[in-house]
Design a protein around this ligand. Structure first.
Ligand SMILES: [Zn+2]
Length: 355
């Protein structure tokens, strides 16, 4: 599962962000981003290269936020981090922003190794367990119909069937228990209080952590400086409208979190400019929706409108991401009363602007 598509440099320039750290962490050296808060990186395959994770000093140990993808490379990176930058101190708690494997993947390894608890929202925990349970099952017929309706050809459907269940393969065995995080909870971690800020749309109940005293916000995938987070409709809930939830969540974060925070994102580098970035992200989706509506003057399938939303060509490995994200925009237009969907006798969905 991909977190999103990298944006062009032209778009970054317009976003008015600043990056205070010239160098990121290395396996042997963390970067201190605030008093008692360390930035570390865990390896990731693919174009993103790594995920940022955070260690917050708590008593004699560290509370960890996000854990990296399950597997031997991350396990080795954690061993090095624990002995090196984390000074051989124990992990006290494991916070996870959301259920995607690059965030929750190693949580079970850490909680078992240190006999400590996973702290996560309830929907992220239970959704993760239900997706992990798909590993080993064949792709359901409804899911194949869902992608056929979007206009996929037989070859793409075969690739989907062969890859089905991949989610669970990115996870070390999950923790069996968790401590629930709720929106607006105030959690003391070491010397400071961190507020939970829940957002939806990229995942069901994503928790960012905001520390007003330290002026820090650990944003997970909710606000990324150079990537537009993936917002997708999935076959399990074909009529979902995650884009409306995403836009509402971003606007709420701009109201609840002041602009003076240093944002600590899961990908790319820490940055200043939270409100400018949020404004830019919302604007990008709204402009995409407007272009899409125009393109729907004639009936179109999902696969016919990728070029409206994505500048890059959609190759086979991006097809799932692009389909989910395009459907998120189409379902949003339908929810706004600006588009309609009709299924033809062959089971293909056609979208058209509402007259
Ligand atoms: Zn994610």
């Amino acid at each position: 599962m991909r977190d999103g598509l990298e944006e062009t440099t032209e778009e970054q320039a317009r976003a008015r962000l600043s990056y205070p750290f010239a160098e990121g962490p290395t396996p042997s050296q963390a970067v201190e981003v605030g008093p008692g808060v360390k930035w570390l990186r865990m390896p990731l395959g693919g174009p993103l290269g790594f995920i940022n994770v955070w260690a917050i000093r708590e008593g004699e140990g560290w509370a960890i936020v996000d854990t990296g993808m399950g597997g031997p490379a991350t396990r080795q990176a954690w061993r090095e981090a624990l002995q090196g930058p984390l000074e051989g101190r124990p992990v006290t708690r494991v916070f996870v922003t959301h259920m995607h494997p690059d965030h929750i993947g190693m949580s079970g390894w850490l909680t078992r190794k240190f006999d400590c608890r996973l702290w996560i929202t309830r929907l992220e925990f239970v959704t993760c367990r239900s997706l992990a349970a798909d590993t080993g099952r064949p792709a359901p017929e409804e899911a194949i119909q869902f992608f056929r309706a979007a206009g996929w050809d037989d070859e793409a459907l075969e690739t989907y069937k062969a890859a089905f269940g991949g989610f669970g393969r990115g996870l070390h065995a999950l923790p069996d228990t968790f401590h629930r995080l709720n929106d607006a909870d105030e959690v003391r971690i070491g010397d400071h209080v961190w507020r939970v800020v829940v957002g939806c749309g990229h995942s069901p109940e994503h928790a960012s952590l905001h520390c007003p005293e330290l002026k820090l916000m650990i944003s997970g995938d909710q606000v990324l400086p150079r990537i537009s987070s993936n917002v997708s409709v999935f076959p399990t809930e074909p009529d979902a409208d995650p884009l409306t939830e995403w836009l509402t969540s971003l606007a709420a974060i701009a109201r609840r979190v002041p602009d003076d925070v240093l944002v600590l994102p899961a990908h790319n580098d820490p940055f200043h400019g939270l409100h400018a970035r949020i404004e830019h992200l919302i604007g990008g989706h709204e402009r995409g929706l407007a272009r899409l509506r125009e393109r729907l003057a004639e009936p179109r399938r999902v696969v016919d409108v990728f070029s409206v939303l994505f500048r890059r060509p959609i190759t086979e490995n991006l097809l799932g991401l692009a389909t989910g994200e395009t459907l998120a925009h189409l379902n949003c237009l339908i929810a706004r009363g600006e588009a309609v969907r009709r299924r033809d006798p062959a089971g293909i969905d056609w979208y058209q602007a509402a007259s």
